[in-house]
Every structure is written in structure tokens, then in C-alpha cells.
Write a protein that binds this ligand. Sequence first.
Ligand code: PAF
Length: 436
Amino acid sequence: MREVDAYLGLGANLGDRERALRVAVQRLQATPGLEVVACSSFRESAFVGEGPAQPPYLNGVVHVRTALPAATLLALGKALEREAGRALPAPRNQPRPLDIDVLLHGGQTIDTRELVVPHPRLHEREFVLTPLRELGVDVAALARPARPRVIHDPAEFAAVCTGWHEGGCQIGVVPTMGALHEGHVSLMRLARAENDRVIATIFVNPLQFGPKEDFAAYPRDLQADLGRCGAAGVDLVFAPSVAQMYDPGFCSHVAVGPAAEGMEGALRPGHFSGVATVVARLFALCRAHRGYFGQKDAQQVAVLRRMTRDLGFPLRLVECPIVREPDGLAMSSRNVYLGAADRRAATVLFRALCAGRQAFAHGQRHRDALLEVARTVVIAERRASLDYLELRSEPDLEPLPAGPVDHGRLLIAARFVDGARPVRLLDNLSLTGPGA
Ligand code: PAF
């Protein structure tokens, strides 16, 4: 490998900070294959990360010229951190006697599990930017990485994911149709906590809308969605157009089985085949390790769980709890279309489910009696037109026969017609599980 100019960020906020930085520079000077060209002055700065307050840091940047790969510089940095007394691996955001980051390595871009170069938060950190400027680096000319990165082209999306796989990253994907709300954000946050890289997909999928459904009118606001994705720590948003997702010859569809029968499947013929087709295509493009879906669409989760198993995707499907408004209404992208009176009335879904669950808690065990308790609540709300109310088995949502039940999930769908456009809302609640 030819020699490059690389920049290493040094920091310490425990013990004799200045000594630790000076010793690190000396060690770098003594490293074969590496020339220390210059070292910035050291500056004190307040701790800026998450978590409890910490002592202030002393920071500086070292300019080195080397043919060593960035991964070797990272390993060298870790060795010096250990030598300075840092126990590694260490939890994030802990005080440290020495911290060494590879900030820049020639013009190289690296995106692996261990290393992202240029350093992803370089532009946010004055304690790095000021020393870099002192060393003559034109920081304004350094491309500011877009966070999240937005990709529209499926081939480019697949290529970035392949790079992440090769770099050893665990990948989480949150498929969405946009119009993001706190429910989606909760999926992204969980994905962030469990993976090295987080993808959100934003694609209003025509295959899952019937001819009389609201495909054209489905809410779309990419800029607002990107803001939410960025705040939730998403690394990459895949937002293809319909033509990019489905080329003109596209004709393969995933057929779905009994999990798609009844309820949404009965009212929306072809819907779950459309959902399974797009999700299979997304899984195939990104080859994520985990896929995150909200429990509000419980039948969708059951269909996708079966599809994932049947088609052999090596992915764990993570089912996440429903996120509710303070009055109990399940969050949904379509809630924005409820008129004021319908919005108030829409809490009836949750109230009905809770009534059914309460009856179960008080000893009612008969399927039809439990359904009747919930139905009575819905029928009392004249603004709601009930599409279905069912009690199904958990976790696969198979129909439960009439008679006594010892568990189950109540699922409901109802229409509200008084707002800007008719709105169908779904909700569900386990008879035995936690709150939502
Ligand atoms: O739940 C949704 O938003 C969609 O059905 C999904 C899973 C993104 C597929 O288009």
C-alpha cells in the first residue's frame, strides 16, 4: 500500500491526561512504518456525549504519514489505550485514560463494524475540527456525510449492504411506507440498540393496495420522514420509486397461505401477497439480520413470519409493541385523516379491546361471550362501522373454535367516515399479554 496522510484524534479525561497524550505521541513516533508529521496543541473541552456528567477532556490530533492500513492504525490505537490503563472492550461513553480515533486515512472511505472513516461525527466535534485546522486540513472541503444516507437505486442499496456484510456489521431493517410516527420511531430505536447498521425503507408499495384503496392519497412527506430517521439514529434510508422497485418486466409474486385468510385478508384481497412480495424483495436486497415490524398490524406480522420461514431468509423477525396516543388510540399513519369528532370516537377500538380483556381477567372464558363484551362497546359508538372483531390464537393468529379459551388475541378493524377521507383503523390486544 502506498503512503497516505492520516489523522488520529487523541483524548483523555482520567488521570494525568497530558502525560497520557504525550506518551501516545511518543509511541506513535516509535512505531515502524509510521512517521509523525505534526501534532496539534492540546485543548480542554467539556464532555459532550450521552450519559452522566464526566470530567473534561484534553484533546489533540496527530498527523501521521504511513502505508499502514486504517484497520492497523485502529489496532495500534487500541493497544496504546490498553497500555494507558483502559480496559477494553469498554462500555460506550465511559471516562477514559486514553482514546484514539482514526479520523482520516488518505481519501479513503471505510464503513465496517469496527471502523467508519472519515469519522462519522467529525463535523460535530469542535475539539477535533480546531486541531485539524491547526494542522492545515481544509475541514470545510471534507464531505459532510449525509445522515441518514438516502439511496433510491436498488443496486446501489444492495452494494452498500454487501459492504456492511463484508465489514462484519449486524444489519437491522425497518420497512415502512413513510408518514412516520412514534410507532415507527420506536422500531428504529430498537433496531439502533441491536445492530451496527440500521436501515429504514420508505416505499408506498402499490402491490398491497386494492384498486379502490388510497394508494395515490397515502400520506407522503420524505423530508419530514428523513428528519425522524436521522433523530432515531438510522444510517441509511432506502426510498426507491415504483419504477426502480419494480422494473417493467416485474411479474413474480409471493403467494401467501392461511395466515392471510380472514380479517384484513378477506377485506383486502391481494393485500398480503403485495406485502409479502415487497418485504421479500427488501430482505433479498439488504440481507439484514433483523427485521422490525409493529404489532399493530398483527396479521401482517403473522404472514411475514411464515414467509420468512418458508422462503428461508436468515433473518430474525422482531415484533414490537403497539405505541399508543395518551388516550389509547394506536398510532397509525392514517390517523391524520380523522376529523375531530372521529378522532375522539376512534378510542373506541382500544376501549372495546380492554373491555374484552377485562372480562377475561374477571373469569369469562367463552370465546363468543368475550367477543360480545367487546362488540357491545363498539356498537355504542355510532361513528364507528365495525369491519371485524375476532379472537384468534397466539402467536399465529389461527381462528379459535367456539367454546372455552385459555388465551388469545382480540383483533378489531373499524371505519370512520366523517373526516377528509374515510379512514380504516386496526388495533389488537392480547387477553393475557402485557398492556398493548
Ligand atoms: O406496514 C407497512 O408499513 C407495510 O405493509 C410494509 C411492511 C412496509 C410493506 O410495504
